[in-house]
Every structure is written in C-alpha cells, then in structure tokens.
Write a protein that binds this ligand. Sequence first.
Ligand SMILES: Cc1ncc(COP(=O)(O)O)c(C=O)c1O
Length: 417
Amino acid sequence: MSAVTGHTHAERVDADPMVADRTDVVESSPNAQPAYDIAAWRRRIPLLKSLVLMNNCSQAPQLDVTREAAEAYLDSWNKAGMDWDAWMAETYKAKVEFARLINASPDDIAVSSSVSEATASLASALDLSGERRRVVTTEAEFPSVAHVWQAHAKYGLELDWVPVRDDIVYTEDYDGVIDERTLLVSACHAYYQNGYVQDVAAIARKAHEKGALLYVDAYQSLGVTKVDVQAMDIDILASGNLKFLLGVPGIAFLYVRPGLVEHLKPAVTGWFGRANPFAFDVRGLDWAPTAARFDTGTPPVINAYISRAGMAVINEIGVDAIAAWTEHLTRRLIEGGRARGFRLHGIDDPGRKTPSTAFVCPEGESHRVEALLLKRGILAAARGPVIRLAPHFYNTLDDVDLALDALKAVFEEDLSA
Ligand SMILES: Cc1ncc(COP(=O)(O)O)c(C=O)c1O
C-alpha cells in the first residue's frame, strides 16, 4: 500500500476482464456482421434516414429511448409539478449505468455538469502544501483538463508535461517525468484528436510505483473501448456523456476509488456533497462517506434521464461487442483512407485506437472540409488540422465507404472549386 495514496486496489481485482472471452470478435471478411441486430438498432435512430453519421467523437445521435427519457422528465414535471424523489432516483440510476460501464459501484460515482467541473472539483481536493505537489500530464489532454491543472499553479501546483510525438504519447515517455514529487498523473484514455488509446494500466503501474495517483479522462473512449477501473488500477476517472455514450451536454461523471475518497475534501462543493444533504445544517461541513462528496449542487436532472437511457443502450449491447464491430470499421477506414491517398493522423493499429480516425486536411481547411462533407450527406467532426470520421455500433461498412468517397471528392473537387 502506498503511503500517499492509501492504495489498496489489488484487493478489489477479482478478474482480468482484459482477457475476456472474445466470442464477439468480428472476422475481417467483407460479409462480417456485428454480434447484435444492427438493422434493428439503426431503425431507432431517426437521423440515419437523412445523413451518414460519423461524428460520434463529438456528439452521438438521438435514439428513440433517449428522446423518450427526456420526455419522461418533461411529463413528470408537467403532471406532478415536482417529483424530487423520482428525479433523484433517476440521477442515481445514471450513476448505476456509469458504474456498470467501468466496473465500479454506484457509490464510487459523483455527478457533475462537465468534465471541466469534475476535474476542478478533484483539483480543489488535492493537498498542494507539501513537497509532493506536481501533476504530470500530456500534450494530448483535452485543453480543459490541462487548463484546470495550470489554474491551480496559484495554489502551488507544478505541472510536468509528457510530449506528443508522432501524433501519439509513448508510454515510455512517462519514465523520468513521474517521480517522488508527483502527486497525480493526469492521462487521457483516448486522444481527442485521433483516437489513440493510451495504455492506462501501464501508466497506473508507473504512477503507483512512485506513490502518485492516476486520474484518467475517458471521455473519448467510453462506450467503444473497454474500461475497467479495477483491472486498470485507475484511482480517479472522469467522463462526460455526449460522445460515444449517446447522451447530451450538461452532465459528467467522476469515479473516485474507495479507500482514496475518504482522504479528499473538495473545495468545489455544495449541499449534495454532505453526508445528509437534507440535514440543512448551515454550520456543519461534513462529507458524504462515498464519492457523493464530489456531488455539488442540485444535479442536472433532465440530463441524467437522457444519459441513463443512453448508457443503458451501451451496457445492453455490451462494450465488447461494440469494440469488436467498431474495430472492424476502423480497419476499413484506415485501409480505405490509405487506398485513397489520405494522410492518417495517429497510428494505423485499430487495436490501439478508438474508431475516431483522423485525416490531415490542407492547412486551415478542416472546418471547411466538415461543412463540405455535410453538403454531401456526411456528418463528420473537424478538430485542429484534421477531419475525424468516428463511426459507432450502428454504422455499417457502407457508411465508411460513403464517407471516404465523399472525403475524396471534397479534397479533390470541392476544395479547389
Ligand atoms: C477527452 C475530452 N475531455 C474533456 C472534454 C471537455 O469536456 P467538458 O466540456 O465536459 O468539460 C472533451 C470535449 O470534447 C474531450 O474530448
């Protein structure tokens, strides 16, 4: 057990899900099919009638069930005036679905409005008064997360950077940067720009060897990539909901490992972080014994309704089956992009990336490429120098081919027109 982290994760690891039986592995044949009824799922996504949806790294589409969930909240508000018991129960059910996704317990989960807020809440709980006050992060973090660490410089936090090289972060580059002064390592699971997946279990080992904590931003991987906080030995994990988790903006979740949570007292807090929020003890600042101490004010209830429904779909289909199918689509994207002469950003190993596949655009043109693709019926997502094509469980090989053909036409015809 680490003196700094009170680390007892080994006690909680009972199976290694990374060696799960992969009966759902998709053969690399042109006639391959996912392990679930893809046609039935596609009928539940109205927007597929008009567009090829490749923007799941930015905003996943609406399903019948996510719409119904929003309507359930609106109906309850309209008919009952207020129903706090049901609304709080639904918020807790959202925690249950999130916990299922990452192999945690719902009491290890806090609800927040964004990853930025959840990370700021965590940062406000760190003790920066001692020698150990350095945070190691990477140039592949979403800026939000790195900005929170930088903003805490005024409280004594010092930041060390692991570089992006060849569009990725090499795991060995953490060596030498993490040391006895490192309080926390902040690593994204997947790089928002090109879907590259970091080996967070290896990073956890490196952090824990030096007595540091590991915080993971899994916003770009959850829903399409297996995450198991116990097997991967992750101390803290945050994610929002609108990308591969099929939800909406305005809600995010924070996992904090039991055994650690008792030592953290966030200054970003509110009445829902109390042991009993309904005690209304204005002078008593106590702390919920669970990760609920990272809850702040009244939760985003309508977003909880929608996000619970979206995550339930992911849990029902199963991340293993989704990962197997989207890996197949990713291979097609990479090979199809290569055949059409596109320049891939990141790595070409579908097993080390999410389906979010980035192609380099002519300088300064990525947002125009996004707009031109939309004119051709393809919804994709520009970011910095790249255009990202990010399929999900409901996409087909035809979708991938259509998107690649459209991108070729945009590059070769539309941009020069
Ligand atoms: C990996 C990652 N982290 C964090 C964020 C930002 O999250 P939020 O807007 O909830 O703070 C994003 C948004 O795109 C992201 O891709």
